[in-house]
Design a protein. Sequence first.
Length: 236
Amino acid sequence: MKEAIGIKDVSKVFGQGDSAFTAVARVNINIRENELFTLLGPSGCGKTTLLRMIAGFEFPTDGEILLHGENIADMPPFRRPINTVFQNYALFPHMTVADNIGFGLRMLGKSKAEVSERVNAMLRLVKMEPMAGRRTSEISGGQQQRVALARALAPQPKVLLLDEPLSALDYKLRKEMQLELKRMQHETGITFIFVTHDQEEALTMSDRIAVMSKGQVLQVGSPRDIYDAPSDRFVA
Ligand SMILES: Nc1ncnc2c1ncn2[C@@H]1O[C@H](COP(=O)(O)OP(=O)(O)OP(=O)(O)O)[C@@H](O)[C@H]1O
Ligand SMILES: [Mg+2]
């Protein structure tokens, strides 16, 4: 299968000298096209830092990040065909659902007709058509989550980064959204890189998982591989 994102010997060191801290340590991962790939690990292990480097908000201290085989070090975040759903959703509260979803498309200079057509398609995908005209401050947490997803999917990125997008939801809604995310990934064919510290969530949703600890990747494999043949005690 073709590689979407290649992470080659990537390290990230914050600070200098005595206060230097290695948040990501020589990570190597190949993420394939159309897969739901999960970064799983405890708080502080470097998951968000790795996502931020893929998105281009942070630069690796060492190593390379490849998109379809090309080094993207010089490509600014807004030019990367990569979008992020942040943990807190970061929606614009004074804008309607529809305007939030269309925001990225307007930034890209798409025509009014194009924006409106695409926004409608996204509203259908996340089942938010009846709420298109509501402000995002007037909808529930789960609905905000769908809008954040729709906004990130609207410009048709090749890769979608999701940083613990379900952590604010209650158990039942979380289970529902896990299935919905899988469905959307299936329907759009976009590569999803999903971050969670919840192992059950990782095992049920992922095609493959990278288990991280202290900035390192300990094991990469399918949920079955990881569950049946953990590489060490930490992974187990
Ligand atoms: N800008 C920064 N400057 C210094 N240290 C940082 C910076 N950003 C992150 N770190 C440190 O790097 C480590 C990894 O942080 P990161 O946010 O990637 O963890 P995480 O795996 O996403 O954790 P969580 O599950 O809590 O979100 C942490 O120890 C954090 O304190
Ligand atoms: Mg994080």
